[in-house]
Design a protein around this ligand. Structure first.
Ligand code: PLP
Length: 412
């Protein structure tokens, strides 16, 4: 099946006594009963397939996992309660005290805080690298390195790394490559074919697409041979679970023990969203390009950062990796923080809030919100400055978005 067809049809078969439901049924049930003690025991022993308890698995959540996995063309997925829970599941599954990870220094603030405030505390060393400079990556890899982490299109710096190049280095050193594909979605980028071993998403964003639910998901692309893993528990698991060893470790050793599970209702909302990324992403990308081109020539705008602008440093690599599209996020600078606040306060259509990937146009001043507690150095490496605004361009008519921006810029 092609992408658009899978987006609508893959998931749970809703056949039951009353006929076949066209949309995925919502199993809002904490647990599932069995007719006999023997049957339930067999499920626990792994001899029979069955749903037992929704912290471990649930049919609606499975449907979401099957659909997203089909779109990413992976070998399996685990859905989580948030994007952060997906990232945490991957990192906990692959690391132990004393291990090291290498992360891009251009990161979403929440991921950066998770690395620094949680993983560091549990004895995992985080080495930050400029992934546009492969030599800096090579220098950091050593025997303790358990994974390399980066964002497909980084939030909010909007950097794009050459994944094939990074994947070659990762492969030479037998280190799995973890890619956060939140900003590009599987519609813009099948990073599996560029060497990603594990993909994570915040489903809160473009997957659901309308800001109705927090969620996340991780996918194993099948690229990495877990029999060669340097993580003992995964290597051991691979004897029993074969190529599914990482997914088995993520689900049975981390996810179900910590309780990173999403609610079935949120999984249902993610599935509804997943029917239409092919339509929404086209429009997000074209609206964002139009807005970027407009802001570039506005006299009150100091600078616009959007990889879809030809003069942008990441235009060529983005064009190659994302088939000529560059996502729905842009940042721009005004003369000062005061001007940014005035601009935000006078907008009529765009919403001032901390999210992205909504049908609505969303706007935020990152330095005074998401990055409030970061040092100047940390803000700089995340691409955040006091006079910068981030925009998640929505699906409204572009003329209305531009008119809203124009009237507010005039008031500065
Ligand atoms: N990854 C990226 C690139 C993000 O932008 C976000 C949130 O903004 C996350 C992960 C975390 O996702 P969530 O808020 O669903 O936990």
């Amino acid at each position: 099946m092609e992408f658009e067809t899978k987006a609508i049809h893959i998931g749970l078969d809703g056949t039951n006594k009353t006929g076949t439901a066209t949309s995925v049924p919502l199993y809002e049930s904490a647990a599932f009963s069995f007719n006999t003690a023997e049957e339930l025991s067999e499920v626990f022993e792994g001899k029979r397939f069955g749903y037992v308890y929704s912290r471990i698995s649930n049919p609606t959540i499975t449907a979401f996992e099957l659909r997203l996995n089909a779109l990413e063309e992976g070998i399996g997925a685990v859905a989580t309660a948030s994007g952060m829970a997906a990232i945490a599941t991957v990192i906990f599954a692959l690391t132990e005290q004393g291990d090291e990870i290498i992360s891009s220094e251009s990161l979403f603030g929440g991921t950066y805080l998770f690395f620094n405030e949680v993983m560091k505390k549990y004895g995992v060393k985080i080495n930050y690298a400029d992934l546009n400079n492969p030599d800096s990556l090579k220098k950091l890899i050593n025997k303790k390195t358990k994974l390399i982490f980066l964002e497909s299109l980084s939030n909010p710096k909007l950097e794009i790394s050459d994944l094939k190049l990074l994947s070659n280095i990762a492969k030479e050193n037998n280190v799995p490559l973890v890619v956060d594909n939140t900003l590009t979605t599987p519609y813009l980028w099948r990073s599996k074919y560029f060497g990603a071993d594990i993909i994570v998403h915040s489903a809160t964003k473009y997957i659901t697409g309308n800001g109705t639910a927090i969620g996340g998901i991780l996918v194993d692309t099948g690229n990495y041979n877990w029999k060669n893993s340097s993580v003992d528990k995964i290597k051991e698991l691979s004897k029993k679970a074969g190529h599914l060893a990482f997914l088995a470790a993520a689900r049975s050793k981390i996810y179900q023990n910590i309780g990173f599970t999403p609610s079935p209702f949120n999984a249902f909302l993610h599935i509804m969203g997943l029917e239409t990324p092919q339509l929404r992403m086209e429009k997000h990308c074209s609206n964002t390009l139009d807005l970027a081109k407009h802001l570039k020539y506005h006299k009150k705008v100091v600078n616009v950062n959007y990889p879809g602008l030809k003069e942008n440093k990441f235009y060529e690599i983005g064009k190659k990796q994302f088939a000529g599209k560059f996502g729905g996020l842009l940042t721009f600078s005004l003369e000062s923080k005061k001007a940014c606040f005035k601009f935000i306060n006078n907008l009529k259509l765009a919403k001032n809030l901390a999210n992205l990937g909504d049908t609505r146009t969303l706007i935020i001043h990152p330095a005074s919100t998401i990055y409030l507690n970061c040092t100047e150095e940390e803000k700089k490496s995340a691409g955040v400055s006091d006079n910068m605004i981030r925009v998640s361009v929505g699906l409204e008519n572009i003329n209305d978005i531009i008119e809203d921006f124009n009237q507010s810029l005039e008031k500065i």
